[in-house]
Design a protein around this ligand. Structure first.
Ligand SMILES: [Zn+2]
Ligand SMILES: [Zn+2]
Length: 104
C-alpha cells in the first residue's frame, strides 16, 4: 500500500493543507479510514487544552519539591521552592524553632 500527498481543504478555516503520505500512513495504522477534514492548526486548536505537553495528568496539585540539606541540623529535607543565592535553608523543624525576627 502506497500513499501520496493529498491536498485537502480545511472545513474550519478553508485553507488548503497537505495530508502527507506519512500522515496517511499513520492514520491507516491507527485504523482511521476517513481523511481529516481540518488542517493541522485547526485540529490542534480543537484538542483538549494541554493534552499534548502536560503529561496528561491534570491534577495540578503536585508542587515540585527540591532536595536540600538543613543549614541548622544537616538533615535531608525538601522545600517547595528552589534554593538559590546561598541563603541557608532549614528543615521544617528548625525553621519553626528559629526566632521570629530571623524568619523570612
Ligand atoms: Zn483549518
Ligand atoms: Zn533542621
Amino acid at each position: 500500500m502506497s500513499f501520496v500527498d493529498k491536498t485537502i481543504k480545511c472545513s474550519d478555516c478553508g485553507t488548503d493543507f497537505t495530508f502527507s503520505a506519512s500522515e496517511q500512513e499513520a492514520f491507516s495504522q491507527r485504523g482511521y479510514t476517513n481523511d481529516p477534514k481540518r488542517c493541522t492548526a485547526c485540529r490542534a486548536a480543537r484538542k483538549p487544552q494541554g493534552s499534548s505537553f502536560s503529561g496528561g495528568n491534570g491534577g495540578g496539585a503536585n508542587r515540585q519539591m527540591f532536595p536540600v540539606v538543613c543549614a541548622e541540623c544537616g538533615k535531608q529535607t525538601e522545600v517547595p521552592f528552589e534554593p538559590r543565592g546561598g541563603r541557608p535553608v532549614y528543615c521544617r523543624d528548625c525553621y519553626g524553632k528559629r526566632p521570629e525576627s530571623q524568619r523570612r
